[in-house]
Design a protein around this ligand. Sequence first.
Ligand code: ADP
Ligand code: MG
Length: 245
Amino acid sequence: MSSLPSEPAAAGGGIRLRALTRSFDRAAPVLRGLSLDIAPGQFVALLGRSGSGKSTLLRILAGLDADYSAERLQLPPSVSVAFQEPRLFPWLRVWRNVVLNLPGADLRAVALAALEEVGLDAKADAWPQTLSGGQAQRVSLARALARQPELLLLDEPFGALDALTRVTMQKLVLDLWRRHRPSVLLVTHDVDEAILLADRILVLDQGRIVADTAVTTPRPRRLSDPALDPLRATLLELLGVVAEA
Ligand code: ADP
Ligand code: MG
């Protein structure tokens, strides 16, 4: 399959994607003519069943997979990604992990500033294996931030964390988004997480976006808010989850 070099900058951090197709080997395509626009600064959540192609889409947007075809793929110049696993190098101290492969001088100052934003500047000189799961995930976020992304891609970033840490991390991501206003594409399994955080929720199924819903309830949102119930019910149904009585 031929890949298309991505076009230059969508103004201010947006995405324009048309007719994206990706297959593996001789299997049926995982993504089949998928089109998607994301406006600059928008916080978008992407839901979909396991195996529906969410990570495949994110890897292509992150520039980690060039083996796709598309009529158009327009991305901002600066894109960062964070995954479910923090992917830190154990032989590098925390601050060096944060600025790994970054060009420029005074990288320690850059690392410290990013670590401060996630509340971990005190751990700059620690080794990754001394961190808790939540702390390691903060370092991973700091590494994404240090690149000053106009587009932040998050692939189930809280999936491996305990419930309390997850809530703290969700607040942190919202906070960082408000401060820096990148576009965010957050892949999550969790309908409630999508409802709490996003401006807009997409559902991926059969290789395409099958639902695209704005979340208009102002933040901070409470999951107990009955105004969110119809949206939750719709999303669960689209995901093939039958709500319990
Ligand atoms: P999701 O993140 O939604 O759970 P993925 O994007 O990881 O789903 O995977 C979508 C489909 O593509 C799955 O059927 C998976 O087996 C297949 N797939 C993903 N990556 C590869 C690969 N490198 N080689 C072969 N098949 C793959
Ligand atoms: Mg995945």
